[in-house]
Design a protein around this ligand. Structure first.
Ligand SMILES: Nc1ncnc2c1ncn2[C@@H]1O[C@H](COP(=O)(O)OP(=O)(O)O)[C@@H](O)[C@H]1O
Ligand SMILES: [Mg+2]
Length: 275
């Protein structure tokens, strides 16, 4: 035990989120989430469209707080009501749309500097521009995309795959406690998606990142991570650990869904893709 004891990086306690409270449009997006994420967990998250996956990541990233009574604890700190900018020291994030995480008109270097400063924890020694550039170059070089030689290129000139890869570096450069990936390969063509997925895995392993990755693809969810969480109607309905996950098939997942939800698995309404 000692240093190798499992450490809780994230705890969600009775996290609820209701949109448009008290109106005809009221939606319960999260309906009492309890989840404990341990250091170096890599959780694949799947679930029907509208299940609350993005809302859960938004609460973790501090985009909005949960309803009163819910708690978000990261690295032992209660961050439930911290403003979003203060969450950046705890969370790094890559969104579905390549445009969202990066600023088109700014250069690769400026984007990285912004991400680095945003996530910088108090007390971290200030690095010189030269040191920072070396850090950025090294981080980009491992992608194998040649971006380290294009530090002055505006990010708008990059392809979708290059941009998502840059987003991955930006999300991890200041070593946040948790990496949040929200369908970050969904808009890429299949080949590029596989490349970005491979790069994600490489960075996660190298930086020993604790990771939550939302995907709509059950096969990817089975292939990646040590844990699989399924959400439905604002709840975690299935949470499978490494040992069982390793033997799981897509069929098992469908059965697990039907058993836990009491609903028929239906590709049209559930929108979990086999492809
Ligand atoms: N900002 C918002 N305002 C109003 N309703 C929202 C907002 N964000 C999400 N919702 C609603 O909350 C539910 C869960 O959405 P979301 O978390 O995006 O689902 P998922 O990512 O699993 O597809 C959906 O019914 C969605 O329409
Ligand atoms: Mg979503």
């Amino acid at each position: 035990m000692g240093d190798t004891a499992n450490k809780n990086v994230l705890q969600l306690r009775d996290v609820k989120k209701i949109f448009s409270h008290g109106t005809i449009d009221e939606v319960t997006a999260l309906n009492g989430i309890n989840l404990t994420v341990q250091e170096q967990d890599f959780i694949s998250i799947i679930g029907s469209n509208g299940a609350g996956k993005s809302t859960m990541l938004n609460v973790i990233a501090g985009v909005f707080p949960p309803e009163r009574g819910g708690k978000v604890i990261i690295d032992g700190d209660d961050v439930t009501n911290l403003p979003e900018y203060r969450h950046s020291a705890y969370t790094g994030r890559v969104w579905q749309e390549p445009q969202v995480g990066t600023a088109s008109k700014m250069t690769i270097e400026e984007n990285l500097a912004m991400a680095y400063l945003r996530g910088k924890k108090r007390g971290l020694k200030a690095a010189s521009n030269k040191e920072l550039r070396a850090l950025f170059r090294e981080a980009l070089k491992q992608l194998g995309l040649g971006l380290e030689d294009r530090l002055n290129a505006p990010v708008g000139t990059l392809s979708g795959g290059q941009r998502q890869s840059l987003s991955l570096v930006m999300a991890t450069i200041s070593k946040p406690a948790i990496l949040l990936l929200d369908e970050h390969i969904a808009t890429l063509d299949p080949k590029t998606a596989q490349t970005v997925l491979k790069l994600s895995k490489m960075i996660i392993d190298k930086e020993k990142m604790t990771t939550m990755m939302v995907t709509h693809n059950m096969e990817i969810a089975l292939r990646f991570g040590n844990r699989l969480v399924m959400m439905h109607r604002g709840k975690v309905i299935v949470d499978i650990g490494e040992e069982r996950k390793n033997t799981l098939t897509i069929n098992d997942l469908v059965n697990a869904f039907e058993q836990a939800s009491g609903e028929k698995f239906d590709d049209d309404s559930v929108l979990l893709s086999h492809r």
